[in-house]
Design a protein around this ligand. Structure first.
Ligand SMILES: C[S@@+](CC[C@H](N)C(=O)[O-])C[C@H]1O[C@@H](n2cnc3c(N)ncnc32)[C@H](O)[C@@H]1O
Length: 284
C-alpha cells in the first residue's frame, strides 16, 4: 500500500460523511450503498485524495461537502460504482442470442435489414464486444445489414477503457475462448487489444439511465444486466417502465442472473430460452 493511501486510510470515515457519500451516489446514480460498505467507501475515496490536492480523507470530505458539484464529485461517484464484468458473462443469454433470437429476428427483419441492440451499463465493454464477436462469428450474413450496437454507462472512466478495447491478461482469460482471442485480438504492449473491425461495430455513449434518456432507436435486444441489483425498488420500476417504451413489441430484454421483472413490472413476461430467461413485452 502506498504511503499516501495509508495516511488517507488512517482515519476511519465518520458516519455523517458516509451518509453524505451515500446520498450523493444515490441521488445521482440510483445506486444504493448499503451500511456495510464503509470500508469500500473509505478505500475508494483514499485513491482520490491526491487528485483532490488535499492531504487526508477528512480534508477530501470537507472539500466535497463545501464545494458545488464538480468533476471531483463525478469522480467520487464513478469510484463508488461496481464495474465488475467479463466476456460472455453468464453464457446463457449469448447462447439464446445465437440459437433463437438472432435467427428469429433475421427472419422477421428481412425487408428492413436493420437490428438495434443496446448494452446498457456496459462497464469496460466486454458485454457489447462479446455480442459483436458473436454476430461476426455466427451471422456473417449480417455484414450487409445496418446493425446499431449501442453501449452506454454512467462512468466516463469505464467508457474510455471500453473505447480503447484494451484488456489485460486477467481480463482476456475470463470467459473468452482462445479461438476468439487468436482471431480478434492483437498484442499491444502488455495488453491485448480487440481488432478495429470489432471495435467499430460498437457505438459507446456516456449516459445515466436514471436521467432523461437520449433519443435511442426502438430496440430489438436490450442487455440491462447486473445494474438493477444496485437500485431500490422504485428506481428499478422507473427504469423498467422506460425499457418497456424502448423495446420493440417482439424484442427481448436480458437482465443479470440475480435480477428479474417479476413483482416489479407486469408489462414483461419471462420467457425460457433453453437455460436463459429473456423478458418479452406482455401482449394485452
Ligand atoms: C456490474 S457492472 C455490469 C456490467 C455488465 N452489464 C455485466 O453484466 O457484466 C454495472 C455498471 O453499471 C453502471 N451504472 C451504475 N449506475 C448507473 C446509472 N445510473 N446509469 C448508467 N450506468 C450505471 C456502472 O458504472 C457499472 O459499469
Amino acid at each position: 500500500m502506498s504511503t499516501s493511501l495509508k495516511v488517507a486510510l488512517s482515519m476511519p470515515i465518520k458516519d455523517r460523511d458516509f451518509q453524505y457519500i451515500r446520498t450523493l451516489v444515490r441521488s445521482r446514480t440510483g445506486v444504493v450503498l448499503t451500511e456495510d460498505k464503509t470500508y469500500l467507501v473509505e478505500s475508494r475515496l483514499a485513491f482520490l485524495v491526491k487528485e483532490a490536492g488535499v492531504s487526508s480523507l477528512e480534508k477530501l470530505l470537507v472539500k466535497l461537502q463545501s464545494e458545488s458539484f464538480s468533476t471531483l464529485h463525478q469522480h467520487v461517484i464513478e469510484a463508488m460504482m461496481t464495474t465488475e464484468t467479463l466476456f460472455f458473462r453468464d453464457i446463457e443469454p449469448f447462447e439464446a442470442l445465437k440459437e433463437f433470437l438472432l435467427p428469429e429476428l433475421i427472419e422477421k427483419r428481412q425487408s428492413q435489414r436493420n437490428l438495434n441492440i443496446w448494452s446498457a451499463a456496459c462497464s469496460s465493454g466486454q458485454e457489447p464486444y462479446s455480442i459483436a464477436m458473436l454476430i461476426r462469428e455466427k451471422f456473417p450474413q449480417l455484414a450487409s445489414w445496418k446493425i446499431s450496437l449501442i453501449a452506454s454507462d454512467i462512468s466516463s472512466k469505464m467508457l474510455d477503457l471500453a473505447r480503447t478495447g484494451c484488456y489485460n491478461q486477467h481480463q482476456i482469460s475470463r470467459g473468452l475462448p482462445v479461438e476468439l482471442v487468436d482471431k480478434y485480438f492483437h498484442r499491444l504492449g502488455t495488453e491485448w487489444q480487440i481488432d478495429r473491425q470489432i471495435r467499430h461495430m460498437v457505438e459507446f455513449h456516456q449516459f445515466n439511465i436514471l436521467e432523461t434518456w437520449p433519443l435511442l432507436p426502438a430496440m430489438d435486444i436490450i442487455f440491462l444486466r447486473n445494474v438493477l441489483i444496485y437500485f431500490d425498488v422504485s428506481t428499478k420500476k422507473e427504469i423498467l417502465a422506460k425499457v418497456r417504451q424502448l423495446l420493440r413489441p417482439d424484442g427481448y430484454l436480458f437482465l443479470g442472473g440475480g435480477e428479474t421483472t417479476i413483482n416489479l413490472d407486469d408489462g414483461f413476461e419471462p420467457v425460457k430460452l433453453n437455460k436463459a430467461i429473456g423478458y418479452r413485452l406482455r401482449k394485452i
